[in-house]
Ligand binder design. Structure first.
Ligand code: 5GP
Length: 247
């Protein structure tokens, strides 16, 4: 980052810094990568940059489809100017295909199509290892009201439709993904965080090959090649050139 700013929050792969404006923050994507509740860790040069470009593009696609997001603009490699949100401690997961942790917990068939998609909410809380919630627990904990949960589910279904169609055109099958929402100063529910290969399962539409963080979870040695490939598939050439990227 060009100027030193106060750090507000440090996550597992991103930092959030304050700006001169009370209602804006800078989200800085780091090269750190973690899996398995933070037990598996590495640092992959260029990953933060890739994820910032992919997230920016996907936030722009959502904004152009009338979804409110915290994204304002990319300001430099790996750093996104964003609206400040009061984050809701939920991991909102949408699933189009049964895989991952769903198979460990329930008797779905591997790669079974989920139509309608499944929306699952986990409590974003390291101490409790992000347990799965239901509406009643979420409301009792004071995390969100029923109206807010209904709105979050509706927005997530819309996002799933928009991104599935957009990514399909790029040769990517959107298998599942995790979103995080927050509230702006008026109390509006707004999409925050990131949408990247760290937070989604992307499969090659023809070969069903993994194009996301599952490559790291499985211990593959080509994780960065995969992230760069996805960046090339999703972000147009002009934007890659503008940010000095040539993979
Ligand atoms: P699963 O529950 O199968 O492990 O994950 C479902 C989807 O949500 C995957 O796309 C996964 O990347 C995403 N996801 C679930 N929990 C987390 C999390 O704590 N951090 C990140 N980055 N993604 C998550």
């Amino acid at each position: 980052m060009s100027e030193t700013k106060n750090l507000i929050y440090a996550g597992k792969a991103k930092d959030v810094y304050e700006t001169e404006k009370d209602d804006e923050v800078i989200v800085a994507f780091r090269d750190d990568i973690t899996a398995g509740d933070g037990e598996k860790k590495d640092n992959l040069k260029g990953k933060g940059h890739c994820n910032s470009l992919i997230s920016s593009k996907l936030f722009e696609v959502l904004e152009s489809n009338n979804i409110k997001t915290q994204y304002i603009k990319l300001i430099e490699n790996g750093s996104m100017l964003s609206k400040k949100l009061d984050m809701i401690p939920l991991e909102v997961i949408a699933r189009n295909i049964a895989t991952g942790s769903l198979l460990k917990r329930f008797p779905f068939e591997e790669n079974q199509k989920l139509d309608p998609p499944i929306i699952q909410m986990d409590f974003k809380n390291d101490e409790y290892h992000d347990p799965m919630l239901n509406d009643e627990i979420t409301i009792s904990l004071g995390i969100a009201t029923q109206e807010e949960l209904d709105e979050i589910k509706n927005i997530t279904l819309k996002i799933n439709k928009i991104l599935s169609e957009f990514l399909k055109e790029k040769g990517i099958l959107l298998v599942d993904f995790k979103l995080e929402f927050g509230k702006d100063e008026k109390g509006n529910i707004v999409l925050g965080d990131e949408i990247s290969p760290d937070t989604c399962r992307y499969w090659d539409i023809d070969t069903l090959e993994t194009l996301d963080k599952d490559s790291f979870r499985k211990g593959q040695d080509n994780v960065m090649d995969i992230y760069e490939q996805v960046c090339n598939m999703i972000v147009n050439k002009e934007d890659l050139a503008k940010w000095g990227v040539s993979f």
